[in-house]
Design a protein around this ligand. Sequence first.
Ligand SMILES: [Zn+2]
Ligand SMILES: [Zn+2]
Length: 455
Amino acid sequence: MPATFKKKAAIAAIALIALGAATGLRVKAIARALPVTAHVAKQDGYNDYQGVIHWHTHYSADAAGTYKDVAAVANAQHVDFMIATEHNNLQAVKDGKEGVYGKVLIMSGVEITRKHPELHHNSYLLGLDLKDYDHKRTDSTDSILADIRKQGGLTFIAHPQNPRWQWEGPVDARIAGLEIIDKSDEWFTSPIPDILRGLAFYGFDPRIGFLQMFHRLDKTLALWDSVSEKRPFVGIYAPDFHQAVHLPFRTVWMFPKAADILPVAHDHIVTRAAFNGTLEHDKKVVYDALRAGNLYVAIDGLADATGFMFKAKRGDKNAWMGDGFETAGKTDFTVTLPKTTLQNTEIAVYRNGKEIRNGKNTGSYSFEAAKPGAYRIEVRADMPAFFGGARRMTWIYSNPIYIGVSQPLPQLPGLAQYAEGEDDGAAAHQHGAAADGGKICPAGQDCAKADQRKD
Ligand SMILES: [Zn+2]
Ligand SMILES: [Zn+2]
């Protein structure tokens, strides 16, 4: 081997090692700037339970891991509830895998594959709070939704923005909501540099690695906003972890691990009722909050968002995120931020998907509004960037408070009609179709409750 080649190889090796070491040091510095604090559910006058919805175990053919193992991880991380969704089967429920494991409530539902000739590709729904599920992938969406409704269950759109499995077709009135962040969609829609940086960081600190890939799923949010300006439509977070990458020779690499993905983000339900440690009771607390949309989604990997609250008040009536007032009229809104060390937090108020105002660097923010619509909050903050400086990201997404949103749901166009940057005009012209003046409540929600919440 010529001496010059050896020399070049040695220089390259040293450069690589130096780059690796520098990356490691920088990742550790970012992790130190974003300390992990333990979540406490008990808040002043209510509970903030954090959990995740949509993940898999060996009950799904393409996943690994057991309920017991995932529960152990969740306990170690102060996660309060976990809802699995196994591919097209409810066997885990029948096998009695639901239960309170230590301090964590474990539930299970189904991820439904829609495989219809009229669709260009498969798309997916989550079915929760079910006792039975016996459908083929080719069964009509209508028959599946009817069955879930009959059982008093809940349906969410999964993978709304996945390039391969995006939602197609109308958003049926029986669908309670959608995933506003799905880890799999996020992975497939992240810019390549973010994915590379994420993977490079993953080895040093998985949480910081995952944070590199967070971006606003704009089409998903546009779909959420277009439906929720007409009727309550609940936004949730989904990690969709499988803990399995299938390699040749029947080997399975447990990636990404539940322990690595769980600290990144959570669904936070806000509820007056406290868990009492029994399955049936606590399950109802979670599903009632999900039905009502009394929840927010937080990237807790950036900073623990526990303590965030979005409320509205009109006279002596109060509403939390997910609730609303049936008529338009002067309403006082309040946003409370958790105590945090994050820099440059900013509270953005959206009405029907349009940012109408924002408050900077503030722990609590109040505003007044009267126009009908769905009002929701996004809290933005800075994440330290690799070469110094900071990158803006959304830290918290609240569910909307609905003002005068009482129209029945017309058959809305699916996501496919929402081209990049397109306005919500496509949905707007269907406004008022088949109006009978009644308020549509998602999947058995008690509509009256929204207006009667006593704070
Ligand atoms: Zn899967
Ligand atoms: Zn899944």
